[in-house]
Design a protein around this ligand. Structure first.
Ligand code: SAH
Length: 322
């Protein structure tokens, strides 16, 4: 019997080590090169707002195939060569398999297994669909008390526990992602100390909400999250409110969460899409389709959110201006 977070951590480590996750699902930077390009421009603008430090760490957590960062660096080299010279690329990736894939595109990167291992100094960090993979605990209200969910033989087992939250509603489920909160606190403290900013694109509601959001995707389809650990990608909604609160408590400023569609459109999603379409008329339909998929509220535009953390003296990051 394992607590749910231990089960989820073990299942995802096995899944990312053995499988090509992109055979099972796709992500924003894999849908359109424009995502990485806009985030590269965001990083360059952030670096200038930081006072253009002569050395800066450009990091990504969970780079997957390396697509986002390769697209970002292409734009940075073309439009901000001084930033390109100042930056050192650091990637945080637990899976040796994905390190090899992304490393082929990003040979200059220094690799780390954990976000806590990034070196000190001014930092610009990007992460797409990283937080949703971090393991959660689940608690369920039962009568007068609460129980925590453990996993045993493919089924949940409930173990009575102390109340994790205030709720009167029988059967209500609460989720906590402890590694995300610890990461937010550590990152918030280092941004407040050493300077810089971080940008997270991920999916989840605007405000903390009760309910079971654990889900599994196997071969492109929803699957039972407790069956066949290591054969499916397990994710949960990101609790942006809790993540931002932990970063603020550690001294960082936070911005958002904004709907991903609004954020990408503000950064120039459709202008860049148009520019690419004019250069490649045969790709016009697929470029516009990709932009719509990322930005339309009924597709990825609303469920996905953008959240930024920064040094408290920096102006609002690009896309988050009031
Ligand atoms: N950002 C990529 C990949 C998203 S999949 C994209 O958008 O396409 C999640 C990524 O996070 C994978 O690269 C996975 O190996 C990595 N990952 C998940 N949990 C991790 C952890 N605890 N530490 C480091 N990397 C992790």
């Amino acid at each position: 019997m394992q607590r749910l977070d231990a089960f989820m951590a073990g299942a995802n480590a096995a899944y990312y080590a053995r499988h090509d996750p992109f055979a099972d699902f796709t992500t924003a930077p894999e849908i359109s090169q424009v995502v990485g390009e806009l985030l590269g421009a965001w990083a360059a603008v952030t670096w200038r707002a930081m006072g253009a430090p002569a050395r800066v760490i450009l990091a990504e957590a969970g780079p997957g195939r390396g697509t986002l960062m390769a697209d970002a660096l292409r734009v940075i080299r073309h439009t901000a060569p001084d930033f390109a010279r100042a930056l050192r690329l650091h990637l945080v990736e637990a899976s040796p398999r994905l390190r090899a894939l992304a490393g082929a595109k990003l040979p200059e990167a220094t690799w780390h297994a954990r976000v806590e291992d990034l070196p000190d100094g001014p930092l610009i960090l990007l992460a797409n669909e990283f937080l949703d993979a971090l393991p959660i605990r689940q608690f369920i209200r039962r009568g007068a008390g609460w129980a925590e969910r453990f996993v045993d033989g493919g089924a949940f087992v409930e173990v009575p526990c102390a109340p994790p939250a205030a709720s009167e509603q029988d059967g209500e489920i609460r989720e906590i992602c402890e590694p995300a909160r610890a990461f937010a606190a550590q990152l918030g403290a280092r941004l407040a100390r050493d300077g810089g900013a971080a940008l997270f694109l991920d999916y989840g509601p605007e405000a903390s909400a009760p309910g079971d959001s654990l889900q599994a995707v196997r071969a492109g389809r929803p699957a039972d999250p407790l069956a066949d650990p290591g054969e499916a990608d397990l994710t949960a909604h990101v609790d942006f409110a809790a993540f931002a609160a932990a970063a603020r408590a550690a001294g960082a400023a936070t911005f958002g969460p904004l709907p991903q569609g609004m954020f990408l459109v503000r950064l120039g999603l459709y202008q860049r899409t148009d520019q690419l379409a004019r250069a490649n008329p045969a790709r016009t339909q697929s470029l516009i389709g990709a932009a719509q998929r990322l930005a339309e509220p009924g597709l990825m535009g609303r469920l996905f959110k953008a959240l930024a953390l920064s040094h408290p003296a920096l102006p609002a990051p690009a896309g988050f201006e009031a």
